[in-house]
Design a protein around this ligand. Structure first.
Ligand SMILES: [Zn+2]
Length: 64
């Protein structure tokens, strides 16, 4: 599941949200001020630590 980064234009809060679907991604609200005008940033951090092609020891595929 992807984790999206959001920024709230109302208070400047930045946060990450794990979303299960595109509709859920559009229903995110700011955890600080509850604004629903948050903007989803383009960066996707779901792949962090998930590339096991370069890791031969500690991480196991499928653990994410
Ligand atoms: Zn906010």
């Amino acid at each position: 599941m992807p984790i999206y980064e959001y920024q709230c234009p109302e208070c400047g809060e930045e946060f990450e949200k794990l979303v299960r679907s595109m509709s859920a991604a559009d229903e995110v609200s700011c955890p600080a001020c509850k604004s629903n005008k948050v903007k989803r940033k383009m960066s996707l951090v779901a792949s962090k630590g998930g590339d096991c092609s370069t890791c031969s020891t500690s991480c196991s595929p499928g653990s994410i």
